[in-house]
Design a protein. Structure first.
Length: 254
């Protein structure tokens, strides 16, 4: 389970950073940046995640050594691909790069949702494109970005189970090792499902509070937490009936 959480956290963190960068590139006036970002999204969103995972796991068959240096020039660092890209790194790269393509579209949708007048006003104030994106556009776009990002985090947690195909000891692979010995497949798969449900439930609660935090200031009423609903229901049940009648009568008069 620890490996599953580590893959989810690292993959999602890298995916969010990549998504923001690629989304900004996608909206850039530079043709080369737009083309590179489109190609990245096209490749990683258009191929199955399992194929990408297997590709990174077997990358040493294509590149036995990884050289770092000047492009089309001398190399200064020579690394063994098997030692540099371990099974954990392969799983993290596959999850992060795939997630970056989806997060790029989510962030782009959030940026587009901000009215163009906000950007024009910032230009009138003399702000640069980077300042406008950082201080004006992205804070307002977070209301649109947060809900699907929470869903992507939950999907990342579940998609991390695909690393069992490359024999990385995550939650699902550990379960398969156990039921390969005692042949209790269904009970152990239920156990794994319970653990996944527990972790996704924690993420769902965190998503709710994040949406509530970035959704402040909207005209729509903020949703109440389960505790607030139970407390309000308990207060209404134990309230004075005469006072409730007076309140309803007063509300109807208004």
């Amino acid at each position: 389970m620890v490996t599953t959480i580590e893959l989810t956290v690292t993959g999602m963190a890298i995916g969010i950073v990549l998504g923001v960068l690629v989304a900004v590139m996608r909206l850039s006036p530079n043709f080369l940046l737009r083309g590179a970002s489109w190609f990245y999204i096209w490749v990683f969103r258009g191929t199955p995640l399992l194929v990408q995972l297997l590709f990174w796991a077997f990358i040493s068959a294509l590149y036995p050594t990884i050289d770092l240096g000047i492009p089309f020039g001398p190399s200064f660092i020579h690394l063994d691909a098997n030692q540099f890209i371990t099974l954990f790194v392969a799983g993290m790269l596959a999850l992060a790069l795939n997630e970056g393509a989806y997060m790029a579209e989510i962030v782009r949708a959030g940026i587009i949702s901000v009215e163009e007048s906000q950007t024009e006003a910032s230009k009138a104030l003399g702000m640069t494109r980077r300042q406008t994106m950082r201080h004006i556009v992205l804070p307002q776009a977070m209301r649109v970005i947060i809900p699907p990002t929470g869903n992507e985090t939950i999907s990342m947690l579940k998609n991390s189970s695909l690393v069992a195909f490359i024999a990385l000891h995550d939650l699902l692979y550990s379960v398969t090792l156990i039921y390969a010995q005692n042949f209790q497949q269904i009970p152990l798969l239920i156990v794994a499902s319970i653990w996944y449900l527990a972790m996704t439930s924690v993420l769902t609660v965190g998503q709710f509070f994040l949406e509530r935090r970035f959704g402040r200031g909207r005209s729509r009423d903020e949703p109440k937490t389960l505790f607030d609903q139970l407390r309000s229901g308990w207060a209404a049940r134990h309230a004075d009936p005469d006072e409730l009648i007076r309140d309803r009568a007063g509300g109807g008069g208004r």
